[in-house]
Design a protein around this ligand. Structure first.
Ligand code: CO
Length: 218
């Protein structure tokens, strides 16, 4: 939400002003707050969310600095050709040893809705084209939903579920499963009520994914 009571320049400067207040507030709560954070991080969670400005990981989960390692892209996609994502996954799973990975989509996701349509917007269409494949995979169920908004909401859920499955197919994740506990969860955030919904599509074991994706020699 842009803040209309400010000019664009004031709106920009507001961020730096807010930062000063943030430091004051944090030090008031805990004088050692920044000292502790500067020592290092050991978050329990990796968050794979949408870039949408309305879905800030820490704010909606009531967590603080240092608690969630975050990767966000348009429509929270797990792409095994995305070096950025794979680097985030590697660092959080193999080095930080997070215990949970949360894929969090959101209802009304512009990326998912665009994938349902046939308008070419540009570059982003390439990125979200795989969501069309998810649509086709569940075409029967989706086409049976008459209300377009409801159909979009269901595709948001199916996209999250598919991305959770994509994570389970990655050798890096399967290697971690051989050694320790690591749960992958699928959530959807409601923009209109602020609530998170757990889709209960947890993957936490090699046997949770179909056999053809289970590597034998890792
Ligand atoms: Co979105």
């Amino acid at each position: 939400m842009s803040n209309n009571q400010y000019t664009a320049q004031e709106n920009y400067e507001r961020l730096l002003q807010n930062n000063k207040q943030f430091v004051v507030d944090k030090l008031q709560e805990d004088p050692a707050f920044f000292d502790k954070l500067s020592q290092g991080q050991s978050p329990d969670f990796l968050w794979v969310g949408c870039s949408d400005s309305r879905v800030p990981a820490n704010q909606i989960t009531g967590t603080d600095s240092g608690e969630i390692f975050v990767h966000r892209n348009v429509a929270n996609i797990v792409d095994i050709n995305d070096m950025n994502f794979l680097s985030v996954l590697h660092y959080s799973v193999d080095v930080l040893k997070v215990r949970h990975i949360i894929v969090c989509g959101h209802y009304g996701c512009g990326g998912v809705l665009a994938a349902m349509g046939r308008t070419h917007i540009g570059m982003v269409n390439h990125w979200i084209s795989r969501i069309k494949d998810i649509y086709l995979k569940h075409e029967g169920e989706l086409n049976a939903i008459v209300d377009e908004k409801e159909r979009g909401d269901r595709l948001v859920e199916l996209n999250v579920t598919e991305q959770v499955r994509n994570l389970a197919k990655i050798p890096m994740v399967q290697r971690a499963w051989k050694k320790r506990e690591l749960s992958i969860h699928g959530w959807v955030y409601g923009l209109s009520d602020g609530l998170l919904k757990d889709l209960n599509v947890v993957q936490e074991d090699l046997n949770d994914i179909e056999k053809i994706f289970q590597y034998e020699n890792i």
